[in-house]
Ligand binder design. Structure first.
Ligand SMILES: *Cc1c(COP(=O)(O)O)cnc(C)c1O
Length: 374
């Protein structure tokens, strides 16, 4: 049996006619930039996220970049974030000229809020907490810290659309929330796309200006902005897919529950540790990530059985070559470093059948308990 890591074709099939018609409508209108599809999508997703303003952006990376620009974060400033995340979280901080200051993570892969305060200096301007793999980080404690020290919060919710905290959706809790519609995210477009969510009217207005070259009215540039727009074709497809997001997230959660139930045996024996969530919808499982013994051998074993897995992430950001100038070294963030050596993400996509899921479970058990592990 083959188990892909993600199965977008199966997701596309029942939506095919509707999506094709929506794209066709864009072609007929010949309006490709900031037209009615983007407007409608911003309205729909704003309601979904329960925020006052939702602004379509060209990608998740650009959503982070424009967020930092909108807060005027620049050279001399510091921004606190996690070293265990997708590159863009820290890359964008450096791109505006500021310095990323990393703080180690907890066992749940998210930034350790208890270590944030000691990283704050008089240069600190913002915190970028990441809801990694779809799991809500300790956002209320982080909010308290930010408030106490007058810092902004930019939530990197690229992997966590739909996840909740105290009945609020992530991305709508901090000052700004960033989302990505890269095809592998829980709400995936047909190319690149992103979004900034906010309840701050002033920031929303500025972001809308920044995304079109800083132009408030034609030919008058108030800021040095850029081309950061979401396009009509993406928005027309996202409008359709958004209606299915909660159902898809539920299916991811169901798959996760099955994995947790059936692999807890291995956890008790110390072979793997499983991602847990306590509150309802606290985790929307963009990834189901194990910390496991003999990771690379397990990965090879599963591949031989036709099961695709991924390592998110093999190298923590503080040890990336491009961040050498930050002068971090091995040993600075021991939890993140250890996790990088032992994590494995297994298929969790909504269309994963019970048959395939059971096959994954059986093979992981076979690896540890059968004669393959020794
Ligand atoms: C995907 C992702 C981004 C970047 O989004 P793109 O749309 O690919 O630019 C940023 N942060 C995290 C945590 C992500 O997973």
């Amino acid at each position: 049996m083959d188990v892909p890591f993600l199965d977008l074709k199966t997701q596309f099939f029942p939506l095919k006619e509707e999506i094709k018609k929506a794209i066709d409508d864009v072609f007929e209108s010949q309006i490709f930039i900031l037209g009615s599809s983007v407007e409608r999508f911003e309205e729909n997703i704003g309601k979904y996220l329960r925020v006052k303003h939702a602004i379509g952006i060209s990608s998740g990376t650009d959503a982070l970049l424009v967020s930092l620009m909108s807060l005027n974060i620049k050279e001399g400033d510091e921004v606190i974030t996690t070293p265990f995340t997708f590159f863009a979280t820290a890359g964008t901080i450096v791109r505006v000229g500021a310095k990323p200051v990393f703080v180690d993570i907890k066992k749940d892969f998210n930034i350790d809020e208890d270590m944030i305060e000691e990283a704050i200096t008089e240069r600190t301007k913002a915190i970028i907490p990441v809801h990694l793999f779809g799991k809500t980080c300790s956002i209320s404690k982080i909010k308290d810290i930010a408030k106490k020290h007058s810092l902004y919060i930019i939530e990197d919710a690229a992997q966590a659309i739909g996840a909740e905290f105290n009945e609020k959706k992530v991305g709508g809790v901090g000052d700004l929330g960033c989302f990505s519609f890269f095809p592998s995210k829980n709400l995936g477009g047909i190319g690149d796309g992103g979004l900034i969510a906010t309840n701050n009217h002033k920031l929303a207005e500025k972001i809308k200006v920044l995304r079109k070259q800083g132009m408030e009215q034609k030919n008058f540039h108030k800021y040095i902005g850029g081309n950061f727009r979401l396009d009509e074709i993406q928005a027309s497809v996202l409008n359709i897919k958004l209606k299915h997001l909660d159902l898809w997230n539920d299916k991811r959660i169901k798959n996760a529950e099955a994995y947790i139930n059936q692999l807890s045996n291995l956890e008790e024996k110390g072979f793997v540790s499983l991602p847990r969530s306590e509150e309802k919808n606290e985790h929307v499982f963009n990834q189901f990530t194990l910390v496991c013994k003999n990771r690379d051998k397990l990965r090879e074993f599963l591949l031989r059985k036709g099961i695709k897995t991924e390592v998110y992430y093999p190298i923590p950001l503080h040890l990336q070559e491009c961040f050498k100038m930050l002068r971090y070294k091995k040993g600075d963030f021991p939890v993140a470093e250890t996790v990088c050596e032992n994590v494995l993400s297994i298929p969790i996509y909504p269309e994963l059948t019970k048959e395939r899921r059971d096959y994954v479970i059986d093979n992981i058990k076979e690896f540890y308990i059968g004669h393959n592990f020794r």
